[in-house]
Design a binder for this molecule. Structure first.
Ligand SMILES: [Zn+2]
Length: 297
């Protein structure tokens, strides 16, 4: 039972609420990190706010849509849950979702799909969902939940805004202030668009003695590139703390370069997961970002 609206002291919930109220909430979002309960609770809150027909703060908890949403009985909020194991999210389920997505909402103005453990979709499933993410009906929202977005194809990532609830305490990146992570990510993004080796090396210097910072910043760097990519497709950007950085880099980078940047950031994240040597990883980051941009057409 949902009883509380967005917690505005939490940076993720605050930015979801802000996007919602500016009516620029994206058609597809990925909520990663945190615990599965935290992800589902935020997804349900977001879904309630999307279908809410009250004025003012959403979810309002007084309209009939909110009441149904909080009792898990809203006909336009569809939750698909699968186990967290490879390929649990079968392509048949994705096809069913796709078919349902083309049917207009029953009661609300919007139809919201919450897909739990959606990272377990294989490539076939992801390609099936990609088709609808590319040209979603105007009333559709997808909320994809996963422990880590690393299971998604770059093409899917480039279509969704990622909200990160933070890693589990054992993985230890919680002790780095968000400000520091965001600033490091912004500097790297700007430097990589500047076509200047020295700028990238300078921006990456903060990671040299700080593996935790690198680990925390990479998903954020990737999200900045993904936002720039979405800006290219939609012309209007998203309102959040990265808007300025995105506006700065987007005109300088081609779609191909942005996709390569998203993919290469992924490669670096994977090598960290495989416990690669830290200094070599920082060097590889500089080289890979540079390559992604210089190979652009
Ligand atoms: Zn409401």
């Amino acid at each position: 039972m949902l009883t509380e609206g967005f917690d505005l002291t939490n940076s993720v919930e605050k930015s979801i609420s802000a996007a919602m109220h500016s009516k620029r909430f994206p058609h597809a979002v990925i909520i990663e990190g945190g615990s599965s309960e935290e992800r589902m609770s935020l997804a349900k809150k977001t879904a309630a706010a999307l279908v809410c027909s009250g004025g003012g703060i959403k979810p309002c908890f007084s309209c009939s849509d909110c009441r149904k949403a909080s009792a898990d009985s809203h006909a336009d909020i569809l939750v698909y849950s699968v186990e967290d194991k490879p390929k649990a999210f079968k392509v048949d389920i994705v096809r069913e979702i796709r078919n349902k997505a083309y049917i207009v909402p029953n009661e609300a103005d919007r139809k919201v799909f919450i897909l739990e453990n959606s990272h377990t979709m294989g490539n076939e499933g992801q390609n099936a969902i990609l088709k609808i993410l590319e040209e979603p009906p105007s009333y559709i929202n997808f909320i994809l939940l996963c422990s880590s977005k690393s299971g998604f194809l770059p093409t899917v990532l480039s279509r969704a805004t990622v909200y990160n609830l933070g890693e589990t305490a054992s993985e230890g990146s919680r002790d780095i202030p968000w400000e520091e992570v965001a600033n490091a990510a912004k500097s790297i993004a700007v430097a990589s668009a500047a076509l200047d080796d020295i700028e990238i090396i300078k921006a990456a210097a903060v990671f040299e003695k700080n593996p935790k910072l690198l680990k925390a910043a990479l998903p954020v760097i990737q999200e900045i590139y993904a936002q720039a990519m979405r800006k290219k497709y939609s012309a209007c950007g998203e309102e959040n703390e990265f808007s300025q950085t995105v506006s700065e880099i987007e005109p300088r980078l081609s779609r191909r370069a942005l996709l390569a940047l998203i993919e290469n950031t992924d490669i670096i994240m994977n090598s960290i997961r495989l416990n690669a040597n830290h200094n070599l990883t920082v060097t590889a980051l500089c080289t890979k970002l540079r390559k992604a941009v210089t190979n652009q057409v």
